[in-house]
Design a protein. Structure first.
Length: 91
């Protein structure tokens, strides 16, 4: 599974991008579970607030060309999604 995250906004308005292939990762099961759970979550309005981040996530299986896309505003991030975002962006 490939997870791509783009973070934009914030005080300085900088953009950060990360991509992670879960294959071979020691926590691959947890990563894939967190990514799959995004579809079932109510991630909020996705509307940005001043000086806060907006995250755009793309999740796709290696064999499948179709990707699932999600947008979540910083104030709507739950602990599992926060862990996933950090894991992808901080590699």
């Amino acid at each position: 599974m490939i997870v791509t995250v783009t973070r934009s906004g914030g005080f300085a308005g900088l953009t950060k991008h990360g991509e992670l292939d879960t294959a071979g990762q020691p926590d691959a099961d947890r990563l894939e579970s967190a990514a799959r759970a995004l579809a079932a979550k109510d991630l909020g309005s996705g509307r940005p607030q001043p000086d806060r981040y907006v995250y755009r996530l793309e999740v796709r299986d290696v064999q499948d060309a179709d990707a699932t896309q999600h947008t979540v505003a910083e104030q709507d991030v739950d602990p599992t999604t926060a862990w996933l975002l950090d894991r992808v962006l901080d590699r």
